[in-house]
Design a protein around this ligand. Structure first.
Ligand code: FE2
Length: 395
């Protein structure tokens, strides 16, 4: 059904290829930038990726003004403020972020501080508090899951308060996203599997949450088809460049979808489980996705039935009776989880992920306060969520 009103916005230029990294110099020139700061992670230098990136700048009158290696996985306002100082001291005029979700979010935070002239990033926490056009930002993801290279959000820890804060604004969306298969070739199996399930969750939730629309649906469908064909392949053949590039594309497409349609109950539970049980985001997504779908089933049956096509392929879709397709879609996700568990050790229950039984109640209470719950197609209270979390404990 077409919504009576919707908005979709995503202006990111996408460059995808086995040697896409070499286009950074050209893109910076097009953006009018001459002195970027590079925010990256140590392994990128070891893999020779940083050198390739810097080499790509020659001939474009662009040189790197500063390099910040290895923001911590839980990047904080203090790290962001420090990198922003580095940016200013070295007269930088743009940002290149090459790394995982945390590196990309850190770069977005730095962009807030240097553009707004802020003393501390936390002055701009919340939604749409940014007033100026951001500095040019090129985002190059090193994992295939968060989709941060095309999203309007950044999540960064507030050291003083000891919790993660969200920054959302259309101004935060990067200018260019570069997907290069060489960057994800060495991602270890468990992280590959969990990141892929994060991307799948973005697509499934975008397709079924209350802000869904025909444009985000198209991105979500396309992402799910790629995940069906390539996620298991990246684990069976980790050095398969085509499979890695396909998963990078799936993650980006899912990012475009959820950045507009938003996520729901699976993300609400996942954020809470990350904060309380310290379960990595993608692993929490894998554990909760089939259970969240089961919970939403009575209001999302038609949507999940449609998703069986990209999830399981045309043959399974055609051979499954129409009234059984939604349940089959959930079953397909469960089967995928089991396969990933076998191939990578990715946990498929909270117990396996290291959560204690005593933490379940606090997780359900924190999930109900998470913003994502507001976009879920079916209302939920903390008792509903506790029931799901208890189911997820041992499977
Ligand atoms: Fe996610």
């Amino acid at each position: 059904m077409i919504p009576s009103y919707y908005e979709y916005y995503n202006p990111v230029k996408i460059i995808s290829g086995h040697d896409a990294l070499e286009s950074v110099g050209h893109e910076l020139k097009l953006l009018g930038a001459k002195r970027p700061i590079l925010i990256t992670f140590e392994i990128a230098a070891k893999l020779g990726l940083v050198k390739k990136l810097i080499d790509s700048l020659s001939g474009y009158d662009v040189s790197v003004g500063a390099i910040y290696e290895e923001p911590p996985p839980d990047s904080s306002n203090l790290v962001v403020n420090e990198i922003a100082r580095m940016y200013k001291e070295n007269n930088c005029d743009s940002i290149i972020a090459l790394g995982g979700g945390s590196v990309l979010d850190t770069a977005k935070g730095v962009n807030i501080v240097v553009t707004e002239g802020a003393e501390d990033l936390m002055d701009y926490v919340g939604a749409e508090y940014l007033t100026k056009r951001m500095k040019p930002l090129i985002a190059i993801p090193a994992t295939s899951g968060t989709g941060s290279e095309v999203t309007l959000a950044a999540v960064i820890k507030n050291v003083e308060k000891g919790c993660k804060m969200a920054f959302t604004s259309y101004r935060l969306i990067p200018d260019v996203a570069i997907l290069d298969s060489r960057i994800t070739l060495s991602v270890p199996p468990r992280l590959t599997a969990a990141s892929g399930m994060d991307a799948l969750t973005h697509a499934v939730e975008a397709y079924s949450c209350i802000q869904k629309n025909p444009v985000s649906d198209a991105y979500a469908m396309s992402a799910i088809s790629l995940i069906r064909d390539y996620l298991v392949k990246t684990l069976e053949k980790p050095k398969d460049k085509d499979a890695r590039l396909a998963m990078a594309n799936a993650s980006l497409l899912a990012g475009c979808a959820f950045s507009n349609s938003m996520c729901g109950i699976v993300h609400a539970m996942g954020h809470a489980t990350g904060a309380i049980g310290h379960v990595p985001h993608g692993e929490a997504m894998a554990i909760f996705l089939p259970l969240g779908m089961e919970y939403n089933m009575d209001v999302c049956k038609d949507y999940y039935a449609e998703l069986l096509l990209p999830l399981a392929g045309p043959e399974v879709y055609a051979s499954t009776p129409a009234n059984k397709r939604a349940a089959k879609a959930v079953d397909t996700v469960n089967q995928l989880n089991k396969k990933l568990n076998k191939l990578s050790g990715m946990p498929i229950s909270l117990e396996e992920a290291g959560v204690s039984k005593g933490q379940l109640k606090s997780i359900s209470e924190a999930a109900i306060d998470d913003g994502a719950i507001n976009f879920n197609p079916k209302d939920a209270n903390s008792d509903d969520i506790l029931r799901i979390v208890e189911k997820a404990y041992r499977r």
